[in-house]
Write a protein that binds this ligand. Structure first.
Ligand code: UGA
Length: 452
């Protein structure tokens, strides 16, 4: 029995001086954190409020696709260094360090919804005896860690005091396991030496620069990093528009800029824009935080606006080739917000699909990982919206094929085979993945973003 088996943990694994580590919230961040900590030798109890998710985890089934995570899950259920537990009170009372990894979704206003953090803080107040370090891993607005500490203190019967820390995550979906085990830095926001020493001990097995700061600085590092990377993408997308207007090639501009080590080539990939659970919500939350402190955040507002227009710009190019969309068959290659994941939250690919669907196009969809996730939101409609099993089926009698996620397998398609099954040989590449010359040699009318 694994659930709740807190007394049976292996004595060979590392434990904190007076307990174990627990992770609250087993989503993309929490499950990777829990299993990553187990992998570096700690014993971890993981809690989640979703009984279905927890049941799958207990059976050794990773509830989402993340390369390498399934193997780690099975490995550490077996090693008993990872113990799923449905009872938050149990987990808290049996541990001395709690990593809080619950969601901070966005409200209508763009502000982060912190109710899950508040809920965990109040539960901790109820169940802890006070000898606890709370580590905020969830991405939350600056000053949230202080609020967590204050809330625990306010709600605990005996005025229990806990230590808090902010240890932001920089995990990318698709490479999260590697990012956890081989990070480029670990940021530790702390307010006392004891907390700093505990966290440095936990991360001792990981060799990378460790930056120790105060709490607010650590929170700002996380939001600033995501906002900067989003802005870099919007910057290159703006340049892509200028390249189109002047016949220049944005991939070469990015290469030429990126060779300057002060700039770097990463996150200069032009296309249909950034999506996912993090960048879009974090940039809005950051704007909200800044404006609540009367800071001019117009730079980030512009970056967001540029991003919002990418899908429309791409669809304009499609219309310039096939004219009316109603009744046209459009094949879709890729639904995930990026390659390497089955996540479709705020996916620009899905935004394209929804627009085409609302305009009466007939859609044939394929993604190597994300079809199940999309099926729930967009159920199959025979003759109008179908999920198919291969990229070549997507092209069957299509008036155009749109490549929307940069899955490596799409880079090596047999273009002649694709062309032969299409009604009109038109390919729109929203990720600038294909070689324009090769596609044109195959006799296909090709468009991408920012390339001549
Ligand atoms: C992002 C950050 O990269 C992580 O460091 C951070 O920990 C995470 O958010 C988070 O806050 O949890 P992730 O959302 O997994 O990670 O995705 P990225 O790989 O950063 O890509 C984000 C979006 O930008 C994707 O839609 C991707 O297609 C797009 N992108 C990326 C571009 O359009 N162009 C590029 O050159 C790079």
């Amino acid at each position: 029995m694994r659930d709740g088996d807190v007394d049976g943990w292996e004595s060979s694994s590392k434990t904190m001086t007076n307990g174990k580590i627990s992770v609250v919230g087993l989503g993309h961040v929490g499950l990777v954190t829990a299993l990553g900590l187990a992998e570096i030798g700690w014993t971890v109890v993981g809690t989640d409020s979703d009984p279905k998710k927890l049941a799958a985890i207990r059976e050794g089934k990773c509830p989402f696709f993340e390369p390498g995570l399934q193997q780690l899950l099975v490995k550490h259920l077996d090693s008993r260094r990872f113990v799923p537990n449905g009872n938050l009170a149990d987990s808290i009372s049996a541990t001395s360090v709690v990593f809080i990894c619950v969601g901070t979704p966005q409200k209508e206003s763009g502000e982060a919804d912190l109710s899950q953090l508040d809920h965990v803080a109040r539960a901790i107040a109820e169940h802890s005896d006070g000898n606890l370090l709370l580590v905020e891993k969830s991405t939350a607005p600056v000053t949230s860690a202080r609020w967590i500490a204050r809330t625990v203190q306010q709600y605990s019967r005996d005025g229990v005091k806990v230590n808090v820390a902010c240890n932001p995550e920089f995990l990318r979906e698709g490479t999260a396991v590697n990012d956890f085990l081989h990070p480029d830095r670990i940021v530790l926001g702390v307010d006392c030496d004891e907390t700093r020493d505990t966290l440095l001990k936990i991360y001792e097995p990981i060799d990378c620069p460790k930056l120790v700061t105060d709490l607010n600085t650590a929170e700002l590092i996380k939001h600033s990093a995501n906002a900067f990377l989003s802005t870099k993408i919007s910057f290159i997308n703006m340049v892509a528009d200028l390249c189109e207007a002047t016949g220049a090639d944005v991939t070469k501009v990015a290469e030429g800029m990126g060779l300057d080590p002060r700039i770097g080539r990463a996150y200069l990939g032009a296309g249909i824009g950034f999506g996912g659970y993090c960048f879009p919500k974090d940039i809005r939350a950051f704007v909200h935080i800044g404006e609540s402190h009367r800071v001019d955040m117009s730079l980030l507002k512009a970056a967001e606006q540029i991003n919002l227009k990418r899908v429309d710009r791409f669809l304009e190019k499609l219309r310039a080739r096939v004219w009316v969309l109603r009744g046209k068959t459009i094949g879709i290659l890729g639904l995930a917000f990026k390659a390497g994941t089955d996540d479709v939250r705020e996916s620009p690919a899905l935004a394209v699909v929804r627009q085409l669907h609302s305009q009466g196009a007939i859609l044939r969809l394929y993604d190597p990982q994300a079809m199940d996730a999309v099926r729930q939101a967009l159920p199959e409609e025979p003759g109008r919206l179908e999920y198919v099993k291969s990229p070549y089926e997507v092209a069957k009698q299509a008036d155009a094929v749109l490549l929307l996620t940069e899955w490596p397998e799409f880079a090596n398609l047999d273009l002649a085979k694709l062309r032969d099954s299409m009604r009109l040989p038109v390919i729109g590449d929203g990720r600038n993945l294909l070689d324009p010359a090769a596609v044109r040699v195959a006799g296909i009318d090709y468009f991408s973003l920012g390339r001549p």
